[in-house]
Ligand binder design. Sequence first.
Ligand SMILES: Cc1cc2nc3c(=O)[nH]c(=O)nc-3n(C[C@H](O)[C@H](O)[C@H](O)COP(=O)(O)OP(=O)(O)OC[C@H]3O[C@@H](n4cnc5c(N)ncnc54)[C@H](O)[C@@H]3O)c2cc1C
Length: 529
Amino acid sequence: MKRDWDAIVIGGGHNGLTCAAYLAQAGRRVLVLEKRHVLGGAAVSEEVFPGFTFSVCSYVVSLMRPWIIRDLDLVRHGYQTIPLECSFTPYPDGRSLARGTDSEATRREIAQFSARDAEVYFEYGQAMGRLAAFVKPIIDSPAPQPTSKNPLEILELLRLGKRFRDLPDELFDQKLGLLTMSAVDFLEAWFESDQLIAPMAVSGIIGTFLGVRSPGTAYVLLHHYMGEIDGAFRSWGFARGGTGGVSLSIAGAARAAGAEIRTEAPIERILVEGGAARGVVLESGEEIRAKCVVSSADPRRTFMGFVGAEHLPDEFVADLSRYRYRGSSGKVNLALDRLPEFTCRPGDGPHMRGDIAIGPSVDYLERAYDDAKYGQFSKRPYINMVIPSLVDKSLAPPGKHVMSCFVQYAPYDLEGGAERWPEQREAFGDTVIDTLAEYMPGIRETILHRQVLTPWDLEQEFGLTEGNIFHGELSLEQLAFQRPTAGWANYKTPVRELWTCGSGTHPGGGLMGAPGALAAKEMLRARAL
Ligand SMILES: Cc1cc2nc3c(=O)[nH]c(=O)nc-3n(C[C@H](O)[C@H](O)[C@H](O)COP(=O)(O)OP(=O)(O)OC[C@H]3O[C@@H](n4cnc5c(N)ncnc54)[C@H](O)[C@@H]3O)c2cc1C
């Protein structure tokens, strides 16, 4: 049936779906077009091997905005999270550190490395929590525009300035440190034990092409204190059914509000006529028109791919060319015949039911980065590993497990070119298994199947330019009113009736839904449709 659409949403990732759900709830006729056979984009669950369902890319949830869960009634549509029990780090000397919800036990665990750190740890958590509370309103509203002459936006800036002025002195100093320092420098001002600093510092490098000692990485530490699960601040969890469960719940809300969603519908280009977006042309040649188009694909794919430089101002094109992607991560998903075990802490336990970090020292992490700087994947990478089948039995057959390993560094620009990744894929997978085997010697015998995703695969299969997991690095100069470029951070674009709503817009990457929801609100406020 041919319909008149108010909006076409490009991409059925969680942000495109969120945007569609809000627009449909406001009574607009919305069509979502997704390239792949399955919804979710980077937040997807797939039965990669018979009986084994993986969160193929994104694997833990925390940042998903609570107001979106409420507005879209996502719990009714199947949204459910299971909190992680622990953050666990094994060390080569046979020791290990488990930081969990039991604060006395966590204190004892940290005290084996430093009694002082055990005391300071909770003070640090509280300071970061208070700082995050100051910053959090920024991720729940459109980016403040420092050059705006709009009275409402000026008022918003003044409010923001006041929030910062009201920061207690000791927090103000911390804030300055966060904006300028490296994750390690910032943490060393609090802690003394390398065994604690290393696994804490890695939050600062996820999805960036920076090392834990690179200035600017401290700020990203704060990003990881902004999440919440069921109202519990700074908690991470698994989504039931894998992270695709989050996307499918949003799709359910969008459909319930009347949106239509098509999969296997790849867009070739956006129809631009007289400087305005009028619809899209699919790769099949099918043309679909609408009052406006909103793209959740990343900025390069949207503007250079679907629109074309000929329809864009030169300055905008130049700014976009400076926006950095530089993917640095890969993923190895393992189907396991049985639960493997750590030499340092054998058997099952809370340490297996959270996230497990292979990153035993600051030097280890820096060496991993050194390899990447010169175009190699890390010989001994940082690995963040989870085994969600321990708490969600729907993911694997009885007694068997799925293990998800997020791996850094895997530089998109390999020496000799990114196109060398397919021939390096299995060697990269072997390196990850060899690294794990140093801590879990029996792991090889438990592996039934493995899926190895390099940054090249993330680009080819998931449309993530240069394999960047966040649609562009989450570095300070690419955030807020500069995401993706100064002057165009409010979801509008230089093409009339073309909007953006993906992770390449404010407030950026991660499974949070805010770009999609805020874009829809801006479109409705601007009476774009
Ligand atoms: C390996 C990996 C691990 C991650 N881990 C975490 C994590 O644990 N926690 C967390 O919070 N975040 C994590 N992230 C980041 C998070 O998953 C992403 O930031 C987020 O899912 C992006 O959502 P999005 O809707 O903005 O974009 P996407 O999910 O990228 O959606 C864009 C959609 O557009 C579609 N598309 C592209 N081209 C076309 C076309 N031509 N026609 C039609 N459709 C098209 C794509 O197929 C895709 O579905 C991870 C990401 C990756 C890749």
